[in-house]
Ligand binder design. Structure first.
Ligand code: PGA
Length: 255
């Protein structure tokens, strides 16, 4: 059975000093985790996060990267810059970037490929809006996001990718998808990957759920057959809550 991958997405929160304090509180709480633990922090916190987590079981991720290696792209960060810092993961295509910063399936694909080429592991976010779900277009949207967003990603590269299914209506709203809603959407996504890459690759692919996951609902979500972990926003900013999510699977306390 797969372990779970639990990633915190701090978004635009925590100054360097605050990040250090949060990590110092978190590290001992998750030191014996049975699951993989990642913190995706703002760019300005990456250096200290990498230093503080060195030699621990906590991995560090960024929240975006550009698709070019260098050049006249004011305000952007290249994947190689992250890699050199010791960053291992990078969130790509989060719905907030798609909504507020013009991210498209095409730019998601470009960033994903650049991240992979630099040796980073992308956490690629997909998910439908409320209007898309209510108008019966969820499957169509997820199909487009996977088809376009992974267009020429190879099977070999897919082994280094994590997918996060994050229904936009559940992000930061306090409304979580039910265990069954999340699981059935992820099953659908896995089938899309199976059609493209074969069943073995799709089964091996980690697909997280994200959207108002917290210490109260994580055990139920993580117990579902197809949910391989979580991408956690708000609850990842409180060490005890994030640690509780990390420890909520397996739920029998066997670690
Ligand atoms: P949330 O955010 O847990 O605060 O809903 C999840 C995400 O956006 O990754």
């Amino acid at each position: 059975m797969k372990n779970k991958i639990i990633a915190g997405n701090w978004k635009m929160n925590k100054t360097r000093a605050e990040a250090e304090a949060l990590l110092k509180e978190l590290l001992p709480l998750v030191a014996d985790a049975a699951n993989t633990v990642i913190v995706c922090v703002p760019y300005t916190d990456l250096y200290s996060a990498v230093e503080l987590t060195r030699g621990t079981n906590v991995h560090v991720g960024a929240q975006n990267c550009h698709w070019k290696e260098s050049g006249a792209f004011t305000g952007e960060i290249a994947p190689s810059m992250l890699k050199e810092l010791g960053v291992e993961y990078v969130v790509i295509g989060h719905s907030e970037r798609r909504t507020y910063f013009g991210e498209t399936d095409g730019t998601v694909l470009a960033r994903t490929k650049a991240a992979l080429a630099a040796g980073l592991k992308p956490i690629v976010c997909i998910g439908e809006t409320l209007a898309e779900r209510q108008s019966g277009r969820m499957e169509e949207v997820l199909t487009r996001q996977v088809t376009e967003g992974f267009k020429d990603v190879t099977a070999e590269q897919l082994a280094d990718v994590i997918v996060a299914y994050e229904p936009v209506w559940a992000i930061g709203t306090g409304v979580t998808a039910t265990d069954e809603q999340a699981n059935s959407a992820i099953k659908f996504v896995r089938k899309l990957f199976a059609d493209k890459y074969g069943k073995a690759a799709a089964d091996a692919l980690y697909i997280q759920y994200g959207g108002s996951m917290n210490d109260a609902n994580a055990a139920g979500l993580l117990a579902m057959s197809d949910i391989d972990g979580g991408l956690i926003g708000g609850a990842s900013l409180v060490a005890a809550k994030f640690a509780a999510i990390v420890h909520s699977y397996p739920s029998d306390g066997k670690r």
